[in-house]
Write a protein that binds this ligand. Structure first.
Ligand code: INI
Length: 158
């Protein structure tokens, strides 16, 4: 019997692409900083000069799948992380954006074989989003951990 698990100690061999939405950037910039903090503390070079990490900004979460697809298909990254915040507020737009980004990210991951981490918050209010982006905890950190785990796991699998 073989058991496969990702480790959190293989940062040196990973290149990571991050796609982050500007819409609700009060939230997404916080997710990005939590995510980069996690990656940096696990050994990824997150400096401006880094050859291990690239960040692509998109207008909103709806645009995330297209750019994630481009990064995943480039053969440059072992993992892609997506970061966004879709807040229900009063707009029916919410359901459209959430459906497209969630299905889109899953499709990109399966089609490319590159793990694409779904770091898009979907909340009813800005307060709830902020709570998940640093006021209480920062889920950006968790998305960083999930990226490290999946990058490592995919290397270990046959
Ligand atoms: N984009 C988001 O990332 N979050 C939202 O809450 C949001 N809302 O509610 O409208 C949102 N809309 C913009 C969308 O992602 C596209 O950028 C836009 O429709 C242009 O294609």
């Amino acid at each position: 019997m073989a058991t496969f698990e990702g480790r959190f100690t293989e940062a040196a061999s990973l290149r990571i692409g991050v796609v982050v939405a500007r819409f609700n950037d009060l939230v997404t910039a916080k997710l990005l900083s939590g995510c980069l903090d996690c990656l940096s503390r696990h050994g990824i070079d997150t400096s401006e000069a880094s050859s291990q990490l690239d960040v692509a900004w998109v207008p909103g979460s709806f645009e995330i799948p297209l750019v994630a697809q481009r990064l995943a298909a480039s053969d440059q990254y072992q993992v892609v992380i997506t970061l966004g915040a879709v807040i229900r507020g009063d707009t029916p737009h919410f359901d459209v954006v959430v459906a497209e980004v969630s299905k889109g990210v899953a499709a990109v991951s399966r089609a490319s074989g590159v793990p694409v981490i779904f770091g898009v918050l979907t909340t009813d209010t800005m307060q709830q989003a902020l709570e998940r982006a640093g006021i209480k905890s920062n889920l950006g950190w968790s998305y960083g951990m999930q990226a490290l785990e999946m990058g490592s796991l995919m290397k270990a699998l046959p």
